[in-house]
Ligand binder design. Structure first.
Ligand code: ZN
Length: 72
C-alpha cells in the first residue's frame, strides 16, 4: 500500500506552471520556471527513483530543442 502516490497532472498540465513552485514556467526550463527548480526537482526525482527502479528512461536534458522536428 502506498504506491498510489498522487502522480499529479504534470503530464497533462495545461496552462504552464512550474510543478515545483507553481510559478509561470519558462520555455527554456520547462516545465519549470527556472534552472533552480529544475535542479531541485531532478534531485528529488533521483532520490525517489532509485528506490523504485522502473523501466522508464529518465528524460533528462532536452538539449537540441530548436523547435524543429526530431528525426529518430
Ligand atoms: Zn519554479
Amino acid at each position: 500500500m502506498g504506491e498510489n502516490k498522487e502522480k499529479g497532472d504534470t503530464k497533462g498540465a495545461k496552462g504552464g506552471k512550474c510543478p515545483n513552485c507553481g510559478a509561470a514556467r519558462d520555455q527554456e526550463y520547462r516545465p519549470f520556471c527556472s534552472p533552480r527548480c529544475k535542479d531541485v526537482d531532478l534531485g528529488r526525482w533521483f532520490k525517489g527513483s532509485y528506490a523504485v527502479a522502473t523501466e522508464e528512461t529518465p528524460e533528462t536534458e532536452e538539449s537540441g530543442d530548436d523547435g524543429g522536428p526530431q528525426e529518430i
